[in-house]
Design a protein around this ligand. Sequence first.
Ligand SMILES: [Zn+2]
Ligand SMILES: [Zn+2]
Length: 317
Amino acid sequence: MSLSPDPRPGQRTAETVSVTVGRRSAYLVVLVVLPLVLLALAVPAAWGWGVGPRDLVIAAVMYSVNIFGIAVGYHRLFTHRSFRCRRPLRVALMLAGGMAVEGPVTLWAAEHRRHHKYADREGDPHSPWRYGESGPALLRGMVHAHVGWFYTARSRSSRAHWVPDLLADPDIRRFDAAYPAVVALSFALPTAVGGLWSMSWQGALSALFWGGLVRYAVVHHVTWSVNSISHTFGDRPFATRDRSSNVRWVAMLTFGEGWHNWHHAEPTCARHGVLKGQLDPSARLIHWFEQAGWATHVHWPTSQRLTAHRIPHGSDF
Ligand SMILES: [Zn+2]
Ligand SMILES: [Zn+2]
C-alpha cells in the first residue's frame, strides 16, 4: 500500500490518476479477499474453540478505537473539517483511524471528497446506483459500492486535487509515509496485549486472530456498509441531490455514521444524528473533546439549518 507521487499542489490537477495493476491487486487482497477469508475462518474457530473474554475485550477495544478514529478523525476532522483540535489529539485520531487498515488519511479523504461532489452521479467512486435501478442492477451496484470499486476502479482520486490542505500538513505527510508501520502496529498491539495479559504465546496468537485479523475484517465491512446500505435503504428526511439515507443498525455499528442523509445535506456538520432518537456516539465524543478544551470551532447543527434542509411532511424531528 505504498504511495505513488501525485502532481504538486498548486499545479492544475486532474481529479483522478490511473491505478497500476500492482496496486489494484494489492487492494484486491487487503481490502476484498483477505477480510472475507478471515470472516469465514472466524466462524469455525468460534464454533470449535470458542472465543474467550480476554480476546473479546481486546477486539472490542480495538474495534472502538478504529471506528471512532475513522468517524471522528478520518471523516469528520480531516475530510470535512467539522472541528479543529490541537496537535496531540489530531495525531491520536489519525493513528486510531489509520489502524483500521483503510489506507492513509490523504487517500481516504480524497476518495471521500470526490464521493460528496458527485454522490450517486457520474464520477462518484462508489454509488450503489451505478448500474441502474432494477433489482439485479441494484444488487450489482451494492457489491460495487461495498467492496467492488477497490478492484474495478481504473483510476483513483488525485490527492493533489482533492486534499492539498492535508498534503500541506507535515504531520499528515509523515503519517502517510509511515503508513506500513501503522498497519503493523494495528496487529502488533492486540498481539502484545494478549501475550502479556495471558503470559503465553497461545494468548498472543489468539489475540492476533480475534483482536487483529477478525477485528480488521469486521471494521472494514462495517465501514463499507455506509457506502452500500446507507445510499440504498432507509429514510431520507432531508433534501439532498443524492440517495443518502438513514439506517439505524449501520448507525449503531459505525458510532453515528449511518445517519447519512443529514450528513450529505450538510457535510461539515460535526453531528450526523440530528433527529429525535438518533444516537451519535461520535458527536458525543467531539462534544466531550470540546468541553475538555481539546476541540474548538465545532460546527454544530442549528434549528434554522435543520428546518431549511427538511423535506415538508418528512419523519419526526
Ligand atoms: Zn455518502
Ligand atoms: Zn462525508
